[in-house]
Design a protein around this ligand. Structure first.
Ligand SMILES: Cc1cc2nc3c(=O)[nH]c(=O)nc-3n(C[C@H](O)[C@H](O)[C@H](O)COP(=O)(O)O)c2cc1C
Length: 216
């Protein structure tokens, strides 16, 4: 069984990447094969609306766009479980995550009444978002609704269960004193890093175990 993690943060060893590594650690402990891929550095676009994926021919591709994402999409569709991690950027997923999900999900999606997915198997999936705001802010700004909406689509299109996890109040800068950032209380952020983030990592570990077990 294979669990693939996609890091849609440009930072390869900060909050989102760390959370994904923990989720994969959980999955690996159940015996799953795991791999973490960083989208930053790859050259790709979002969906180009060519509709090659919607053609009636039997061998219509999942996605016809030829760029760095194409083999990764194929790998994702051949995996048993998929976890996409993204920071919240201006109330949305990062552009990397949006492009990846557009290409992955639209490629599998059909406009058929009887079956909205071209997939024959099922892929369990999860979304993890890291963000500056605290739990109350996440709800106030509707980031929970954003993740809920995407997991519903992922569940329909990938034909497996889908869950989301929010990691709030993250440490954004190693040293807040170096940046224009007076809205943040650096002491509070350090405290969250020391006391809350380890709990978030435990939740990520549990999510990884769930992903591996849900895809059995
Ligand atoms: C361009 C940009 C926009 C951001 N917008 C938001 C936002 O709207 N809401 C929020 O809570 N955090 C926002 N953040 C903060 C990040 O979501 C947060 O620091 C996240 O944990 C970063 O993930 P990383 O450490 O994996 O890069 C933004 C950060 C950047 C760089």
């Amino acid at each position: 069984m294979k669990v693939l993690a996609i890091n849609a943060s440009p930072r390869k060893n900060w909050n989102t990447a760390t959370v994904l590594e923990k989720a994969l650690e959980g999955a690996a402990e159940t015996g799953a094969e795991t791999r973490l891929v960083h989208l930053h550095g790859m050259r790709f676009t979002g969906c180009v609306s060519c509709f090659a994926c919607k053609r009636l021919e039997k061998n219509a591709p999942f996605c016809a766009v030829k760029d760095d994402l194409r083999p990764l999409l194929e790998e994702a569709l051949a995996s048993d479980a998929l976890i996409v991690g993204s920071p919240i950027y201006f109330g949305n997923f990062s552009a990397y995550a949006v492009a990846f999900l557009e290409r992955l999900l639209f490629g599998c999606y059909t406009y058929n009444m009887e079956n909205p997915s071209k997939l024959e198997g099922r892929i369990a999936s999860a979304i993890v978002c890291t963000m500056n705001v605290d739990d109350a802010g996440m709800k106030r700004y509707g980031y929970d609704a954003l993740m809920e909406r995407y997991t519903r689509t992922m569940s329909a299109v990938l034909r497996g269960p889908s869950e989301w996890l929010a990691v709030t109040d993250t440490l954004q800068f190693a040293d807040y004193s170096k940046y224009m950032s007076s809205v943040f209380d650096p002491e509070h952020k350090e405290l969250m890093r020391a006391e809350k983030f380890p709990k978030d990592l435990k939740a990520a570990h549990a999510l990884g175990v769930w992903l591996a077990e849900a895809s059995e």
